[in-house]
Design a binder for this molecule. Structure first.
Ligand code: ATP
Length: 249
C-alpha cells in the first residue's frame, strides 16, 4: 500500500450549532488526483481547514506524513510537504506579485534568496513571471488564482490541496488547469481537489470522497461513487433514470 500523507481520525468541527464536519475518518494516500465533493455547505472547505491546521479540531486526531499533527498550527504544514489554496483568494495587496509568491517558501527554505528562486520558478510556470513586480490588484481574477497556486507550489509540496480552483474559469482555462494538475501528478505531487465541476472531477480523479452534512457518505473510484444511490440522492439530487433521460439515451 502506498504511503499515507494525511490521516483524519474521527475529525469533528462545529460552528455554533452547525456540525460542519462530523466524525470524519479517511486517509489520503500518495499518488494521483483525489477529489472531495459534496453539495454547498457539506463541509468541504472546513475539512481542508482541519487537514491543514487552519481550524482546530473539536475532537478527533490528525496525522501528517506519519507524524501526529493534531495540535499543530497551519504554518508547520508547508515544511511537512502540504500546501493549499483557498476558495477565496488570499493575497497581500501591499506586496508585489513576487513577494506574494515568495511568502509560500519562507517556512520551507529558511532563506529569502532560496525562497525567491523557488518563487520565480513557480511564477514562470504559471505564466506570471513578466508581472513579478506588479501589485496583485493589477491582476485579473484568473491571474490572482494563478498567483495563489504559484505560492502553494513554491514550497514544492508532496500534497497539494486545491479549493475550487476551476470555479469561474472558461472551458479553455479549465483544460489548462487540468493539464497543469496532470503535470504535477507526473512529477510525483498528490493533488486533493475540492471542486464543483463534477465532470472534471470524474475525468481526472482516481478516487472520490463525498461529504454530506459534514459526514463522509462515500469513498471510492469515480464509477463506484457515481453508482452509489446515497450519492445520487444526496449530491446529484436526481434519480439515475432521469439523468439518463436528460442525456437523451
Ligand atoms: N467560520 C465559520 N463560522 C460559522 N459557520 C461556518 C464557518 N465556516 C463554515 N461554516 C458553516 O459550516 C458548514 C460547512 O461549510 P463549508 O464552507 O465547510 O462547506 P463547503 O462544502 O465547503 O461549502 P461550499 O461548497 O458552499 O463552499 C456550513 O453550514 C457553513 O455555513
Amino acid at each position: 500500500m502506498s504511503r499515507a500523507l494525511i490521516e483524519m481520525d474521527g475529525a469533528s468541527k462545529s460552528f455554533g450549532g452547525v456540525k460542519a464536519v462530523n466524525n470524519v475518518t479517511f486517509t489520503i494516500d500518495e499518488g494521483g488526483v483525489i477529489a472531495l465533493v459534496g453539495p454547498n455547505g457539506a463541509g468541504k472547505s472546513t475539512t481542508f481547514d482541519l487537514m491543514t491546521g487552519f481550524q482546530k479540531l473539536d475532537s478527533g486526531r490528525r496525522r501528517t506524513m506519519g507524524i501526529d499533527t493534531t495540535r499543530s498550527p497551519s504554518y508547520r504544514f508547508p515544511e511537512l510537504g502540504v500546501a493549499r489554496t483557498f476558495q477565496k483568494v488570499r493575497l497581500f495587496p501591499s506586496m508585489t506579485v513576487l513577494e506574494n509568491a515568495l511568502v509560500g517558501g519562507l517556512a520551507k527554505f529558511h532563506s529569502v534568496s532560496a525562497a525567491e528562486g523557488a518563487a520565480r520558478r513557480a511564477l514562470e510556470r504559471l505564466g506570471l513571471d513578466d508581472r513579478a513586480d506588479r501589485s496583485p490588484a493589477e491582476l485579473t481574477l484568473i491571474d490572482r488564482k494563478r498567483l495563489e497556486l504559484a505560492r502553494a507550489l513554491v514550497p514544492e509540496p508532496t500534497l497539494l490541496l486545491l479549493d475550487e480552483v476551476m470555479t469561474g474559469l472558461t472551458p479553455h482555462e479549465v483544460e489548462d488547469a487540468i493539464m497543469l494538475i496532470r503535470q504535477l501528478v507526473d512529477e510525483g505531487v498528490t493533488v486533493l481537489l475540492v471542486e464543483h465541476l463534477l465532470k472534471v472531477v470524474m475525468r481526472i480523479s482516481r478516487r472520490v470522497l463525498v461529504l454530506e452534512h459534514g459526514q463522509l457518505i462515500a469513498d471510492g473510484t469515480p464509477d463506484e461513487v457515481q453508482a452509489d444511490p446515497q450519492v445520487i440522492e444526496a449530491y446529484i439530487g436526481v434519480p439515475r433514470h432521469e439523468e439518463v433521460d436528460d442525456a437523451g439515451r
